[in-house]
Design a binder for this molecule. Structure first.
Ligand SMILES: [Fe+2]
Ligand SMILES: [Fe+2]
Length: 213
C-alpha cells in the first residue's frame, strides 16, 4: 500500500525538480537566487528549532517557488545593470501575482499566498499594493526574510554583494527585526550569522549577478 504522505512528498519533490529546471533554463541568476533563498529558509527552520508554520521541506519548496513569477519577466529587466524605469518596475511588481496564478491548480497551490505576499512589508508597504499587512503570517515572513537575506549576500546586476562581516551582521539583524520579534528574531539572527560564518552558502553567493528586486 502506498503511503499517501510519502507519495505527496515524492510528487512534490519531482515536480520541484521540474520547477528548478524551468528556472535554470529561463535565467541562471533567477535559478541561483531561488536555490539560495530555499537553502536559507531551510536552515532557519532547522537551525532555529522554532515553529514558523512550515516544515523544513515546505520552507525549502516555498523558497524555491517564491520568484517563479519571474519566469514571465523579460531578461532585459531581470538582468538590467541600471535602475529600472517606472514602466519596468510596473512589470517587475507583477511577479508575485503571476507566480501566485502560475501555481493554481497544481500541487504547489498551497504556496500561492506566500508567493503573492513575499514583497509585502509588515507596515503595509511593498507590493502588490492594496493587500492588507495582516495577511503576513509566519510562513510569508520567513520566506520574505530569507529572500532579503539572499539578496544582500549575493551579487546583483547593479551592485556587488555585501561581504564585510559587520555590515552583514547589521543587515541580518535589520531583516530579522523587520519581520519577527522575541525568540524567533534572535533565533534567525543566530542561525543566519552562524551559517554565514562557516560559509555555508558561499558557493551559491559567488559568481552571480542576482535578479531579486
Ligand atoms: Fe520576488
Ligand atoms: Fe527573490
Amino acid at each position: 500500500m502506498i503511503d499517501k504522505k510519502a507519495l505527496d512528498i515524492a510528487l512534490e519533490n519531482n515536480s520541484l525538480i521540474l520547477v528548478q529546471k524551468c528556472l535554470h533554463a529561463r535565467n541562471l541568476h533567477l535559478y541561483r537566487h531561488s536555490i539560495l533563498t530555499a537553502e536559507i529558509a531551510w536552515d532557519i527552520v532547522v537551525g532555529s528549532n522554532k515553529d514558523f508554520g512550515f516544515s523544513a521541506t515546505q520552507a525549502y519548496m516555498a523558497g524555491m517557488l517564491h520568484d517563479v513569477g519571474k519566469l514571465f519577466v523579460q531578461d532585459r529587466i531581470l538582468d538590467k545593470r541600471h535602475p529600472l524605469t517606472e514602466r519596468e518596475w510596473e512589470v517587475m511588481e507583477n511577479h508575485p501575482a503571476w507566480g501566485h496564478d502560475y501555481v493554481q491548480g497544481t500541487i504547489f497551490e498551497p504556496y500561492g499566498d506566500v508567493i503573492l505576499h513575499h514583497h509585502k512589508l509588515p507596515d503595509g508597504s511593498g507590493y502588490p499594493k492594496g493587500l492588507a499587512a495582516e495577511l503576513l503570517d509566519d510562513r510569508v515572513r520567513l520566506i520574505a526574510a530569507a529572500d532579503k537575506i539572499a539578496a544582500f549576500i549575493e551579487d546583483r546586476p547593479y551592485r556587488r554583494r555585501i561581504s564585510h562581516q559587520a555590515l552583514i551582521n547589521r543587515e541580518v539583524r535589520a531583516v530579522a527585526e523587520l519581520y519577527f520579534d522575541g525568540e524567533k528574531k534572535e533565533a534567525i539572527i543566530d542561525t543566519v550569522n552562524g551559517a554565514i560564518t562557516v560559509e555555508r552558502w558561499t558557493s551559491l553567493c559567488k559568481e552571480q549577478t542576482g535578479v531579486c528586486r
